[in-house]
Design a protein around this ligand. Sequence first.
Ligand code: SAH
Length: 242
Amino acid sequence: MAWTCSGATNTALIDNMWKNGLITDARIKEAFLKVDRANYSPSMPYEDSPQPIGYDATISAPHMHASAIEHMLSYILPSSSSPAPRVLDVGSGSGYLTHVLAELVGERGLVVGVEHIEELRLLGEGNMSKSDEGRRLLESAKVRFRLGDGRKGWSEAPREGEEGWGTGWDVIHVGASAVEIHPQLLEQLKAPGCMFIPVDDDESGYNQHVWRIEKDGNGEITRKRLFGVRYVPLTDAPRRAW
Ligand code: SAH
């Protein structure tokens, strides 16, 4: 049903996701409207489908990004009773989701995109620099793109004034399919915290499912298999020169 969401403009694409119930929260809709997908997708930006971005990677379909945010919203949004949200986007690729997340975490929040291909790390950062809003977010240090193996998670110093809340993550989004729920990611998830991760969980190796992992305030973990997907694999960094 996702293709029915495609539109002629960014606004039409987001409106169609709203009408089709793929975005159900007005705050998510607002955030998507602030980010022009044309700055991130080199082809057919307003189609509700994945598009190649080079280096065997794709920008995921908009409905997948919407679904990831819908499933983790309460952990992404700031609340007066808890520290500013810290969000890790593993496999940031085009940088599109990294930017949309940054529109939701509030002024004091932090979003870090981790990529294992330097060219893609630069691509995400460069795509964000195309808009005034993206540049503002980068300059404020609310958004950072880092080079690393996302299977190991990432340790990022807190923003100024946010010291004392540790370096763990309230939210971990994984944008590539993992062979397992990597223990280091689980460890770095705060209590409470939430992770959205596609996993190659079928013996045949052909099927992947998204899992939502929630850690409650006592560190108790709940795992829920959500739905079947087709993602680029979460792998070792390629050896060949591009
Ligand atoms: N959310 C991105 C998805 C890009 S595709 C977007 O919508 O644009 C998945 C990305 O994961 C690719 O960019 C790939 O280079 C990256 N990736 C794969 N394995 C990785 C790893 N071990 N560590 C970090 N990034 C990885």
